[in-house]
Ligand binder design. Structure first.
Ligand code: KG4
Ligand code: ZN
Length: 321
Protein backbone atom coordinates (compact mmCIF):
# COMPACT_ATOMS: atom_id res chain seq x y z
CA UNK A 1 0.00 0.00 0.00
CA UNK A 2 1.53 3.37 -0.99
CA UNK A 3 0.32 6.91 -0.34
CA UNK A 4 0.95 9.47 -3.13
CA UNK A 5 3.04 6.84 -4.91
CA UNK A 6 5.91 7.35 -2.53
CA UNK A 7 5.15 6.62 1.09
CA UNK A 8 4.97 2.91 1.93
CA UNK A 9 1.98 2.46 4.24
CA UNK A 10 2.28 -1.33 4.28
CA UNK A 11 4.13 -3.93 2.22
CA UNK A 12 3.06 -7.49 2.84
CA UNK A 13 4.85 -10.35 1.09
CA UNK A 14 3.29 -13.83 1.06
CA UNK A 15 6.42 -15.92 0.56
CA UNK A 16 6.16 -19.23 -1.32
CA UNK A 17 9.70 -20.31 -0.48
CA UNK A 18 8.59 -23.17 1.81
CA UNK A 19 6.11 -24.40 -0.82
CA UNK A 20 8.66 -24.65 -3.63
CA UNK A 21 11.78 -25.59 -1.63
CA UNK A 22 11.13 -29.37 -1.72
CA UNK A 23 10.99 -29.14 -5.55
CA UNK A 24 14.22 -27.15 -5.86
CA UNK A 25 12.52 -24.42 -7.91
CA UNK A 26 9.20 -22.71 -8.62
CA UNK A 27 6.44 -25.08 -9.78
CA UNK A 28 4.12 -22.79 -11.81
CA UNK A 29 0.90 -24.67 -11.06
CA UNK A 30 1.57 -24.72 -7.31
CA UNK A 31 2.49 -21.03 -7.46
CA UNK A 32 -0.81 -20.06 -9.12
CA UNK A 33 -2.88 -22.07 -6.62
CA UNK A 34 -1.01 -20.57 -3.69
CA UNK A 35 -1.63 -17.10 -5.16
CA UNK A 36 -5.34 -17.79 -5.16
CA UNK A 37 -5.27 -18.93 -1.54
CA UNK A 38 -3.06 -16.09 -0.30
CA UNK A 39 -4.34 -13.07 -2.18
CA UNK A 40 -7.36 -12.34 0.04
CA UNK A 41 -5.57 -12.63 3.40
CA UNK A 42 -2.57 -10.71 2.01
CA UNK A 43 -4.71 -7.77 0.87
CA UNK A 44 -6.54 -7.84 4.23
CA UNK A 45 -3.19 -7.64 6.03
CA UNK A 46 -2.15 -4.69 3.86
CA UNK A 47 -5.49 -2.91 4.45
CA UNK A 48 -5.13 -3.29 8.22
CA UNK A 49 -2.70 -0.34 8.10
CA UNK A 50 -5.54 1.98 6.99
CA UNK A 51 -8.02 3.23 9.62
CA UNK A 52 -10.89 3.13 7.10
CA UNK A 53 -9.78 -0.06 5.32
CA UNK A 54 -11.15 -0.18 1.76
CA UNK A 55 -12.82 3.22 2.25
CA UNK A 56 -9.37 4.82 2.33
CA UNK A 57 -8.29 3.29 -0.99
CA UNK A 58 -8.41 5.55 -4.08
CA UNK A 59 -7.10 3.24 -6.79
CA UNK A 60 -5.72 -0.24 -7.46
CA UNK A 61 -2.50 -1.21 -9.18
CA UNK A 62 -1.90 -4.77 -10.28
CA UNK A 63 1.04 -6.57 -11.89
CA UNK A 64 0.78 -7.66 -15.50
CA UNK A 65 3.49 -9.44 -17.51
CA UNK A 66 6.10 -10.57 -17.90
CA UNK A 67 5.87 -13.38 -15.35
CA UNK A 68 4.17 -16.70 -14.65
CA UNK A 69 0.87 -16.31 -16.44
CA UNK A 70 -1.15 -18.44 -13.98
CA UNK A 71 -0.14 -16.12 -11.14
CA UNK A 72 -0.70 -12.97 -13.18
CA UNK A 73 -4.20 -14.09 -14.13
CA UNK A 74 -5.11 -14.70 -10.49
CA UNK A 75 -3.87 -11.23 -9.50
CA UNK A 76 -5.52 -9.44 -12.42
CA UNK A 77 -8.89 -11.20 -11.97
CA UNK A 78 -8.91 -10.57 -8.24
CA UNK A 79 -7.93 -6.90 -8.53
CA UNK A 80 -10.43 -6.24 -11.32
CA UNK A 81 -13.21 -7.79 -9.26
CA UNK A 82 -12.25 -5.62 -6.29
CA UNK A 83 -12.08 -2.49 -8.48
CA UNK A 84 -15.53 -3.18 -9.96
CA UNK A 85 -17.05 -3.94 -6.56
CA UNK A 86 -15.61 -0.78 -4.98
CA UNK A 87 -15.97 1.46 -8.04
CA UNK A 88 -12.25 2.26 -8.03
CA UNK A 89 -9.94 2.94 -10.98
CA UNK A 90 -7.41 0.22 -11.73
CA UNK A 91 -4.08 0.22 -13.59
CA UNK A 92 -2.05 -2.73 -14.85
CA UNK A 93 1.70 -2.28 -14.35
CA UNK A 94 4.55 -4.07 -16.06
CA UNK A 95 6.37 -6.30 -13.58
CA UNK A 96 9.67 -4.88 -14.83
CA UNK A 97 8.50 -1.27 -14.66
CA UNK A 98 7.66 -2.08 -11.04
CA UNK A 99 11.27 -3.11 -10.44
CA UNK A 100 12.50 0.11 -12.12
CA UNK A 101 10.25 2.15 -9.83
CA UNK A 102 11.63 0.43 -6.72
CA UNK A 103 14.62 2.78 -7.20
CA UNK A 104 12.43 5.87 -7.47
CA UNK A 105 10.54 4.69 -4.39
CA UNK A 106 13.61 4.06 -2.29
CA UNK A 107 15.31 7.41 -2.79
CA UNK A 108 13.62 10.80 -2.73
CA UNK A 109 14.88 13.05 -5.51
CA UNK A 110 15.96 10.15 -7.74
CA UNK A 111 14.08 11.17 -10.88
CA UNK A 112 14.34 10.23 -14.56
CA UNK A 113 16.25 10.28 -16.75
CA UNK A 114 18.04 7.30 -15.21
CA UNK A 115 19.41 4.00 -16.41
CA UNK A 116 18.24 0.84 -14.66
CA UNK A 117 19.75 -2.61 -14.63
CA UNK A 118 16.91 -5.06 -13.95
CA UNK A 119 18.38 -8.32 -12.65
CA UNK A 120 15.72 -10.81 -11.60
CA UNK A 121 14.78 -14.46 -11.82
CA UNK A 122 13.27 -14.07 -15.28
CA UNK A 123 15.02 -11.04 -16.78
CA UNK A 124 18.36 -9.33 -17.22
CA UNK A 125 17.81 -5.99 -18.92
CA UNK A 126 19.11 -2.45 -19.17
CA UNK A 127 16.37 0.13 -19.43
CA UNK A 128 16.58 3.88 -19.84
CA UNK A 129 13.69 5.65 -18.16
CA UNK A 130 13.83 8.88 -20.15
CA UNK A 131 10.93 10.38 -18.24
CA UNK A 132 8.00 8.96 -16.34
CA UNK A 133 6.11 6.74 -18.75
CA UNK A 134 8.84 6.69 -21.38
CA UNK A 135 11.20 3.73 -21.14
CA UNK A 136 13.56 2.26 -23.76
CA UNK A 137 15.04 -1.22 -23.48
CA UNK A 138 18.75 -1.04 -24.32
CA UNK A 139 19.76 -4.62 -23.62
CA UNK A 140 17.55 -7.65 -23.08
CA UNK A 141 17.59 -11.24 -21.89
CA UNK A 142 19.14 -13.54 -24.52
CA UNK A 143 18.60 -16.91 -22.80
CA UNK A 144 18.84 -17.67 -19.07
CA UNK A 145 18.32 -14.68 -16.80
CA UNK A 146 20.95 -14.01 -14.16
CA UNK A 147 18.69 -15.00 -11.24
CA UNK A 148 17.73 -18.18 -13.05
CA UNK A 149 21.45 -18.95 -13.46
CA UNK A 150 21.97 -18.44 -9.70
CA UNK A 151 19.09 -20.84 -9.05
CA UNK A 152 20.34 -23.48 -11.51
CA UNK A 153 23.93 -23.27 -10.28
CA UNK A 154 22.68 -23.72 -6.71
CA UNK A 155 21.08 -26.99 -7.82
CA UNK A 156 24.28 -28.14 -9.56
CA UNK A 157 26.16 -27.47 -6.33
CA UNK A 158 23.62 -29.19 -4.07
CA UNK A 159 22.61 -25.91 -2.42
CA UNK A 160 19.03 -25.26 -1.30
CA UNK A 161 16.31 -23.20 -3.00
CA UNK A 162 16.17 -20.21 -3.35
CA UNK A 163 19.51 -20.39 -5.08
CA UNK A 164 20.63 -16.76 -5.09
CA UNK A 165 21.06 -16.28 -1.35
CA UNK A 166 22.43 -19.85 -0.98
CA UNK A 167 25.12 -19.28 -3.64
CA UNK A 168 26.01 -15.94 -2.06
CA UNK A 169 26.43 -17.58 1.37
CA UNK A 170 28.52 -20.46 -0.02
CA UNK A 171 30.69 -18.05 -2.04
CA UNK A 172 31.74 -16.16 1.07
CA UNK A 173 34.47 -18.69 1.98
CA UNK A 174 35.29 -19.73 -1.58
CA UNK A 175 38.46 -19.33 -3.63
CA UNK A 176 37.14 -17.65 -6.78
CA UNK A 177 40.41 -18.30 -8.64
CA UNK A 178 40.33 -22.11 -8.28
CA UNK A 179 37.88 -22.74 -11.14
CA UNK A 180 38.24 -19.99 -13.77
CA UNK A 181 34.92 -19.50 -15.57
CA UNK A 182 34.21 -17.64 -18.83
CA UNK A 183 32.34 -14.36 -19.20
CA UNK A 184 29.86 -13.83 -22.01
CA UNK A 185 29.77 -10.29 -23.37
CA UNK A 186 27.25 -9.45 -26.06
CA UNK A 187 26.20 -6.21 -27.72
CA UNK A 188 22.80 -5.21 -26.43
CA UNK A 189 22.01 -8.46 -24.60
CA UNK A 190 22.77 -10.48 -21.49
CA UNK A 191 23.38 -14.22 -21.72
CA UNK A 192 23.87 -16.58 -18.79
CA UNK A 193 23.41 -20.03 -20.27
CA UNK A 194 27.11 -20.30 -21.22
CA UNK A 195 28.23 -19.53 -17.69
CA UNK A 196 25.75 -22.01 -16.21
CA UNK A 197 26.92 -24.70 -18.63
CA UNK A 198 30.56 -23.98 -17.71
CA UNK A 199 29.67 -24.69 -14.06
CA UNK A 200 27.93 -27.90 -15.14
CA UNK A 201 31.09 -29.05 -16.96
CA UNK A 202 33.32 -28.10 -14.03
CA UNK A 203 31.14 -30.24 -11.76
CA UNK A 204 31.15 -33.13 -14.25
CA UNK A 205 34.94 -32.94 -14.54
CA UNK A 206 35.31 -33.61 -10.81
CA UNK A 207 34.71 -37.25 -11.72
CA UNK A 208 32.90 -39.89 -9.70
CA UNK A 209 35.29 -39.68 -6.78
CA UNK A 210 34.60 -35.97 -6.35
CA UNK A 211 30.82 -36.24 -6.48
CA UNK A 212 28.07 -37.29 -4.13
CA UNK A 213 25.54 -39.89 -5.23
CA UNK A 214 23.27 -37.03 -6.21
CA UNK A 215 25.98 -35.78 -8.60
CA UNK A 216 26.88 -32.63 -6.66
CA UNK A 217 30.43 -31.82 -5.47
CA UNK A 218 31.30 -33.81 -2.35
CA UNK A 219 33.90 -31.39 -0.96
CA UNK A 220 32.43 -28.24 0.65
CA UNK A 221 35.56 -26.31 -0.39
CA UNK A 222 34.85 -27.16 -4.03
CA UNK A 223 31.24 -26.03 -3.60
CA UNK A 224 32.44 -22.75 -2.08
CA UNK A 225 35.06 -22.22 -4.81
CA UNK A 226 32.60 -22.87 -7.64
CA UNK A 227 29.99 -20.63 -6.01
CA UNK A 228 32.56 -17.83 -5.62
CA UNK A 229 33.83 -18.20 -9.16
CA UNK A 230 30.31 -18.26 -10.62
CA UNK A 231 29.23 -15.24 -8.57
CA UNK A 232 32.31 -13.25 -9.64
CA UNK A 233 31.67 -14.02 -13.32
CA UNK A 234 27.94 -13.32 -13.04
CA UNK A 235 28.56 -9.98 -11.36
CA UNK A 236 31.27 -9.05 -13.89
CA UNK A 237 28.90 -9.70 -16.78
CA UNK A 238 26.19 -7.59 -15.20
CA UNK A 239 28.42 -4.63 -14.44
CA UNK A 240 30.14 -4.85 -17.84
CA UNK A 241 26.76 -4.65 -19.55
CA UNK A 242 25.70 -1.80 -17.33
CA UNK A 243 28.93 0.10 -18.01
CA UNK A 244 28.44 -0.34 -21.75
CA UNK A 245 24.92 1.11 -21.42
CA UNK A 246 26.26 4.02 -19.36
CA UNK A 247 28.78 4.77 -22.09
CA UNK A 248 26.16 4.54 -24.79
CA UNK A 249 23.70 6.83 -23.08
CA UNK A 250 25.94 9.12 -21.05
CA UNK A 251 23.65 8.41 -18.08
CA UNK A 252 24.64 10.08 -14.83
CA UNK A 253 22.12 8.29 -12.65
CA UNK A 254 21.98 4.52 -12.43
CA UNK A 255 19.72 2.09 -10.56
CA UNK A 256 20.29 -1.60 -9.94
CA UNK A 257 17.02 -3.39 -9.20
CA UNK A 258 15.37 -6.84 -9.12
CA UNK A 259 15.93 -9.84 -6.86
CA UNK A 260 19.60 -10.24 -7.79
CA UNK A 261 20.26 -6.64 -6.66
CA UNK A 262 20.01 -8.11 -3.14
CA UNK A 263 23.40 -9.73 -3.82
CA UNK A 264 26.17 -8.16 -1.73
CA UNK A 265 28.93 -8.77 -4.29
CA UNK A 266 26.88 -7.02 -6.99
CA UNK A 267 26.09 -4.11 -4.68
CA UNK A 268 29.78 -3.66 -3.87
CA UNK A 269 30.92 -4.01 -7.50
CA UNK A 270 28.40 -1.48 -8.79
CA UNK A 271 29.37 1.10 -6.20
CA UNK A 272 33.08 0.61 -6.91
CA UNK A 273 32.96 0.49 -10.70
CA UNK A 274 30.44 3.29 -11.22
CA UNK A 275 32.06 5.70 -8.82
CA UNK A 276 31.33 9.28 -9.79
CA UNK A 277 27.77 8.46 -10.89
CA UNK A 278 24.68 8.60 -8.70
CA UNK A 279 23.95 4.94 -7.98
CA UNK A 280 20.80 3.72 -6.26
CA UNK A 281 20.39 0.12 -5.14
CA UNK A 282 17.15 -0.20 -3.16
CA UNK A 283 17.05 -1.91 0.23
CA UNK A 284 16.72 -5.69 -0.07
CA UNK A 285 13.00 -5.69 0.75
CA UNK A 286 12.37 -3.59 -2.37
CA UNK A 287 14.71 -5.65 -4.61
CA UNK A 288 12.82 -8.94 -4.50
CA UNK A 289 9.21 -8.93 -5.74
CA UNK A 290 6.98 -6.68 -3.64
CA UNK A 291 3.71 -4.80 -3.88
CA UNK A 292 5.10 -1.37 -2.99
CA UNK A 293 7.02 -1.07 -6.27
CA UNK A 294 3.88 -1.98 -8.24
CA UNK A 295 1.99 0.68 -6.27
CA UNK A 296 4.62 3.32 -7.05
CA UNK A 297 4.73 2.53 -10.78
CA UNK A 298 0.92 2.35 -10.86
CA UNK A 299 0.58 5.75 -9.21
CA UNK A 300 2.66 7.30 -12.02
CA UNK A 301 0.71 5.46 -14.70
CA UNK A 302 -2.58 6.57 -13.19
CA UNK A 303 -1.48 10.25 -13.18
CA UNK A 304 -0.54 10.08 -16.85
CA UNK A 305 -3.11 7.80 -18.42
CA UNK A 306 -5.93 7.28 -15.94
CA UNK A 307 -7.42 3.87 -15.16
CA UNK A 308 -7.84 1.03 -17.66
CA UNK A 309 -10.89 1.43 -19.85
CA UNK A 310 -13.59 -1.09 -18.96
CA UNK A 311 -11.44 -2.29 -16.05
CA UNK A 312 -9.56 -4.40 -18.62
CA UNK A 313 -6.10 -5.43 -17.45
CA UNK A 314 -4.28 -7.68 -19.91
CA UNK A 315 -1.92 -9.79 -17.79
CA UNK A 316 0.15 -10.85 -20.80
CA UNK A 317 0.78 -7.32 -22.12
CA UNK A 318 4.56 -6.80 -22.12
CA UNK A 319 4.83 -3.03 -22.33
CA UNK A 320 7.40 -1.30 -20.15
CA UNK A 321 5.83 1.94 -19.05
O1 KG4 B 1 12.78 -10.04 -8.76
P1 KG4 B 1 12.60 -11.35 -8.11
O2 KG4 B 1 12.19 -11.39 -6.66
O3 KG4 B 1 11.58 -12.24 -8.87
C1 KG4 B 1 11.53 -12.21 -10.26
O4 KG4 B 1 10.98 -11.23 -10.81
O5 KG4 B 1 12.11 -13.16 -10.85
O6 KG4 B 1 13.98 -12.14 -8.30
C2 KG4 B 1 14.17 -13.45 -7.85
C3 KG4 B 1 15.56 -13.89 -8.22
C4 KG4 B 1 15.79 -15.38 -7.95
O7 KG4 B 1 16.37 -15.95 -9.11
C5 KG4 B 1 16.77 -15.37 -6.80
O8 KG4 B 1 17.66 -16.48 -6.78
C6 KG4 B 1 17.52 -14.07 -7.01
O9 KG4 B 1 16.52 -13.17 -7.44
N1 KG4 B 1 18.15 -13.58 -5.79
C7 KG4 B 1 19.48 -13.47 -5.64
C8 KG4 B 1 19.69 -13.06 -4.29
N2 KG4 B 1 18.46 -12.91 -3.69
C9 KG4 B 1 17.53 -13.24 -4.62
N3 KG4 B 1 20.49 -13.70 -6.48
C10 KG4 B 1 21.74 -13.51 -6.02
N4 KG4 B 1 22.03 -13.13 -4.75
C11 KG4 B 1 21.04 -12.90 -3.85
N5 KG4 B 1 21.34 -12.52 -2.61
ZN1 ZN C 1 10.41 -9.53 -10.09
Amino acid sequence: MVRDGREIVSSIVASQVALHAPHGGVVPELAARAHLECIGPTVDAALAALPGGWDDVDALSVTRGPGLVGCLVVGAAWAQAAALARGLPIVGVSHLAGHVYSAWLSQAGFEPPFLALVASGGHTECVLLREHGDAVRLAGTRDDAVGEAFDKVARLLGLPYPGGPAVERAARDGDAARFPLPRTRLEGAFSYSGLKTAVRYAVRDLGESGLTRGGTPADPEVVAALAASFQAAAVDQLVDGLEAAVERTGAERVAVVGGVAANGALRTAVNERLRGLTVVVPPMSLCTDNAAMIGAAGWHRLQRRGGEAGFGVDPSLDEYA
